[in-house]
Write a protein that binds this ligand. Structure first.
Ligand SMILES: *[C@@H]1O[C@H](CO)[C@@H](O)[C@H](O)[C@H]1NC(C)=O
Ligand SMILES: *[C@@H]1O[C@H](CO)[C@@H](O)[C@H](O)[C@H]1NC(C)=O
Ligand SMILES: *[C@@H]1O[C@H](CO)[C@@H](O)[C@H](O)[C@H]1NC(C)=O
Ligand SMILES: *[C@@H]1O[C@H](CO)[C@@H](O)[C@H](O)[C@H]1NC(C)=O
Ligand SMILES: *[C@@H]1O[C@H](CO)[C@@H](O)[C@H](O)[C@H]1NC(C)=O
Ligand SMILES: *[C@@H]1O[C@H](CO)[C@@H](O)[C@H](O)[C@H]1NC(C)=O
Ligand SMILES: *[C@@H]1O[C@H](CO)[C@@H](O)[C@H](O)[C@H]1NC(C)=O
Length: 638
């Protein structure tokens, strides 16, 4: 049943000769300019073969949001009644009509039917075509693009591609077309900021500050949390003293992208200092698409993110609760968010055209050292809470690509998964300091704010960063982080504002109108972050030394550990996990359950960014967790 179906020649020919529907061609996807640092150098050769993939739209997608709210809104009678993976796969399968319309269009355009294949489960149609054929089909021109005038090349079409109107409404995305190579890896083409490890080509970045020689009483004491953040400090800050009881039912996952890996021996030193009962503990490894810890890297920057995420997630949930590490992608670093999602949900692999070779790892990988197995489709365990401290710049991806991925986060929410993403460390700019020009180009000197994805997807929970001010007591309110990083926040240019946050965001914009012209940020779209947690001065053991690490990269796993505690308590009394939390946390049922942050800003793009104020704000969201209050609110829900 899962083998590709070859389309019947006879039927297709008769349909083609009967005359296909005629409708005007319309632009299906548009990108006004190539991403920063990519330039077209020449037309693509006419005979180059392209694996054209046409992703089909799914009709029930219109209902996705209402399905999700039905199980996530605290006032819904179905709150907490999450779906099974089978229900999700069945509900969103593309219609037979979509398959037929697209197939007929390809045949009528003169493609030999032997070249056209329907993917398994009917989510996409693939045709191997020449550049000339693709250009005719899509009324576009293909070019070879070069990165930074360097060796890295990419084939993409220019500005837009077109399909007949009656086809467009059944198609979600066609590749390869406008999409650019931007895998989740650590290299920063701008390379502007020394001593900072950047993740996700300018994503969650942290800063390492001088190794700490002797932590002495600071390991457990609470007097220096303003300069040395520890497990004890986080517990005290958020009143998170919780002994888990349903650990056999509960689950929490951390996602890392190879070659970023943790160093096992560092964990014993970390636990030895900060959580002695956990010495010897390691995360449970789930390897996806060749994910391995054996990367043969020596540069410290590859170890910061995983060591930080896992030392704190494991230390905070404590000895009894296992933490799953999803190690994604081969050592070459081709794994992407989509590779992770494929492994969690097999139906996503083919959903709307499947992955995009321009952004995602395609396996088996032909390059030497690349993973030779097939792309993993399903099979990885679904965690109840999952934290990712990697991100991308919204303008680098295309809207269709982001919408497809965002829909998958909604599906995870439907299945009861809480998806947390770090909001980024560049304030209202990108992690590498880029902003947006009027025509949507990334540029460090440009005026428009640049949001990060997936934080702008309304179906994830985006986590910003706070700090204990230097010298301040733990009882004093935290501030938006301004040491080494600024809490990522702002407004999407792609996703509309979801209903659940409209009241909170409008209140902010009315009471504290930001002093910016309307073209600087898009006040009608999805605003982030949703919540925040401390992201300053984390003591992390890396390569045998203790460093201070900063970033929303730290905030996200800390928040995940705290939310996992809530799940534990709910599971212990026979309730389900909290799943997609946004509709609940913005509702009146959760008023006052977060510590509101009202001091600080998130500068960027030559401005002060936004300011933290009473209530929700685009710097620290609703605030930091108050565990006992959150626990009570969630235990009160069915
Ligand atoms: C279609 O392709 C098949 C296999 O390559 C070939 O045998 C056949 O002649 C082609 N048909 C047309 C109409 O080009
Ligand atoms: C604890 O941290 C503070 C602030 O960094 C430092 O001044 C102090 O010396 C530390 N205490 C010990 C015992 O190391
Ligand atoms: C605590 O950290 C220090 C500094 O990295 C290290 O020398 C020491 O061995 C650690 N203690 C334990 C018990 O692991
Ligand atoms: C690890 O790197 C070293 C130095 O670059 C190299 O000699 C060695 O072959 C590598 N080992 C593996 C397993 O790739
Ligand atoms: C994997 O990454 C390498 C290095 O960036 C690249 O050469 C190769 O084409 C990538 N493979 C795939 C399948 O994208
Ligand atoms: C603002 O966001 C909306 C979606 O919320 C979008 O339709 C519109 O194009 C965006 N405007 C700009 C200038 O990006
Ligand atoms: C606000 O935060 C700054 C540091 O960013 C700090 O110097 C100041 O004292 C704080 N103000 C209040 C009222 O807490």
């Amino acid at each position: 049943m899962l083998t590709p179906l070859f389309l019947g020649l006879a039927i297709s020919l008769s349909l083609a000769t009967a005359g296909p529907p005629i409708s005007p061609r319309i632009a299906h996807e548009v990108r006004r300019s190539a991403p920063a640092r990519w330039t077209p150098v020449r037309r693509a050769g006419p005979d180059i073969l392209l694996p054209l993939r046409i992703g089909l739209k799914q009709s029930s997608l219109d209902s996705l949001e209402s399905y999700l709210l039905d199980v996530s809104h605290p006032e819904s009678p179905n709150y907490g009644k999450h779906w099974t993976p089978a229900q999700v796969a069945e509900t969103f399968r593309p219609s037979a009509e979509a398959v037929e319309v697209v197939r007929d269009w390809l045949l009528a355009s003169g493609l030999n039917s032997s070249k056209i294949k329907l993917g398994p489960t009917g989510g996409w149609i693939q045709a191997t075509v020449t550049v000339t054929e693709a250009e005719d089909l899509l009324s576009t021109e293909y070019y070879i693009y070069q990165l930074n005038q360097g060796d890295e090349q990419h084939l993409a079409c220019k500005e837009a591609y077109h399909v007949p109107q009656h086809v467009s409404k059944h198609v979600d995305i066609i590749t390869p077309t406008l999409h650019f190579d931007k895998k989740i890896k650590r290299s920063d083409p701008a390379g502007s900021i020394p001593r900072i490890a950047q993740f996700g080509t300018g994503s969650a970045m942290e800063m390492l500050v001088d190794p700490v020689e002797d932590i002495g009483s600071n390991a457990t004491g609470l007097d220096n949390c303003g300069s040395q953040m520890t497990l004890a400090c986080i517990r005290a800050l958020y009143d998170f003293e919780y002994k888990p009881i349903a650990t056999h039912k509960n689950s929490i996952g951390i996602v890392e992208y190879t070659p970023n890996v943790y160093i096992p021996s560092d964990f014993d030193e970390f636990f030895g200092n900060f959580s002695a009962s956990q010495v010897g503990q390691r995360p449970t490894l789930v390897s996806i698409d060749g994910g391995t810890l054996d990367v043969n890297e020596t540069d410290i920057s590859w170890f910061i993110e995983p060591n930080l995420d896992l030392q704190y997630a494991m230390g905070l949930v404590g000895k009894e609760q296992k933490v799953t590490l999803y190690q994604v992608g081969d050592v070459i670093g081709n794994g992407s968010f989509n590779n992770f999602l494929d492994a969690l949900d097999g139906s996503y692999c083919t959903f709307e055209g499947g992955n995009d070779p321009a952004f995602d790892g395609i396996y088996p990988d032909p390059v030497p050292g690349g993973f030779k197995g097939p792309n993993q489709c399903g099979g990885a365990p679904l965690p109840y809470v999952v934290s990712t401290s990697y991100s991308d710049d919204e303008p680098f991806l295309t809207p269709a690509y982001m919408q497809r991925q965002c829909a998958e986060y909604a599906k995870l929410g439907l299945m009861g998964v809480t998806v947390l993403y770090a909001s980024g460390d560049g304030g209202v700019a990108s992690n590498s300091g880029d902003c947006l020009t009027e025509d949507g180009q990334e540029d460090p000197g440009a005026p428009r704010f640049l949001p990060s994805f997936p934080s702008t997807c309304p179906y994830v929970t985006s986590v910003g960063a706070t700090q204990v001010n230097p010298g301040a007591k733990l009882t004093e309110p935290e501030t938006a982080c301004d040491q080494h990083i600024f809490s990522g926040g702002g407004f999407s240019n792609v996703f509309a504002m979801p209903d659940y946050q409209k009241k909170a965001v409008r209140t902010y914009l009315e009471k504290y109108p930001p002093p910016y012209a309307p073209d600087i940020y898009n006040a009608t779209s999805r605003a982030f972050p949703d919540i925040s947690a401390n992201g300053a001065n984390y003591l992390v053991v890396i390569l045998g030394s203790i460093f201070h690490v900063f970033g929303t990269s730290a905030s996200s796993p800390a928040a995940a550990a705290i939310l996992s505690g809530v799940n534990d308590a709910r599971l212990a009394v026979g309730k389900g996990p909290i799943g997609f939390i946004n509709p609940a946390i913005y509702s009146s049922a959760f008023e006052g359950a977060f510590n509101d942050i009202t001091n600080g800003t998130n500068p960027g793009c030559g401005t002060n960014g936004f300011s933290a104020e009473l209530g929700w704000d685009p710097v620290t969201g609703l605030g930091t967790p108050n565990f006992p209050k959150l626990l009570q609110r969630w235990l009160d829900l069915p």
